[in-house]
Design a protein around this ligand. Structure first.
Ligand code: SF4
Length: 276
């Protein structure tokens, strides 16, 4: 079977950096280290890191002492204060692009703008950006929601870093007449766009696309949706999920993977597909 990998796929800069930082700060002897929330939306990687001495906690209440690692999605300002008050060591692995979105949102609030965050309401990164606006921002996920935003004197817009560029444009268009003064911070990260563009290009040239990544990963799900518009596509987490029935009459398979998908999982899928 011919198997082609997308030009850009898998771990992005921010995720690689966060995992490196987490490993460098792993538990030693008595000193416990854990990420606040799973380091990335990939259960296999989270389990591997646990084996390497970096656990995951859901709240600072679970940590009496030791090191708390902030994952690439970032957190709100309260967590920095709380970690300090609890005398915990805080290691910040927030992706610099996410940090930029957080600070842009904060600056807009400081400059008197009503802030709209274009992104998914339940995504941890969006929650972290929201908290940097003192919980004042409106989170908008669709054109319909954008149309319901109230008119105001000054409107500032930031984006979830992994939001679709096309949908961001549509939402911004729907917000254009909401204010006389509009400031747009286009905080979409190029890693996401590169992966989306490469995935769509490949999906047009193959009979079947496999999108690898956590079922809870927003950027992987987005890759799946985009590829599905071009050809038969399956979203899988590991090579074990591959089904022989999918490959009937298929001559060429394309593979892409979300920004939180480890290389070793991509390799396993690639090798197994070549044998089909
Ligand atoms: S997708 Fe972009 S913003 Fe998000 S962690 Fe990766 S590099 Fe950072």
């Amino acid at each position: 079977m011919e198997v082609v990998l997308a030009e850009y796929l898998g771990f992005c800069y921010g995720v690689k950096r966060a995992i490196k930082i987490a490993r460098e700060n792993a538990s030693t002897g008595e000193k416990k280290a854990a990420t606040l929330g799973p380091i990335i939306h990939n259960p296999q990687m989270v389990a591997r890191l646990q084996d390497d001495g970096v656990g995951a906690i859901n709240s600072l209440d679970e940590m009496e002492n030791g090191t708390v690692i902030i994952r690439s999605h970032g957190v709100g300002p309260d967590i920095y204060e709380e970690a300090k008050a609890r005398d915990l060591t805080l290691v910040d692995a927030t992706c610099p692009h996410v940090r930029r979105a957080q600070l842009a949102a904060k600056a807009l609030v400081d400059e008197g703008y009503n802030v709209v965050i274009v992104g998914e309401k339940n995504h941890p990164e969006v929650k972290s950006i929201f908290e940097w606006t003192n919980d004042t921002a409106t989170i908008v996920e669709s054109v319909e929601e954008a149309e319901k935003v109230e008119k105001c004197a000054k409107l500032g817009i930031v984006s979830q870093t992994t939001f679709s560029g096309e949908n961001f444009k549509k939402i911004v268009m729907a917000l254009l007449d909401k204010s006389q003064e509009l400031k747009i911070e286009r905080t979409i990260c190029t890693a996401t766009l590169e992966r989306q563009k490469a995935a769509v290009e490949l999906a047009q040239k193959v009979d079947l696309m496999l999108v690898i990544g956590g079922k809870n990963s927003a950027n992987t799900t987005r890759l799946y949706q985009l590829c599905k518009e071009k050809c038969q596509t399956y979203h899988i987490e590991t090579a074990e999920e591959l089904s022989d029935q999918w490959f009937d009459k298929i001559k060429k398979i394309g593979i892409t993977a979300g920004a939180s998908t480890p290389d070793w999982i991509i390799k396993e899928v690639y090798v197994k597909c070549q044998k089909k």
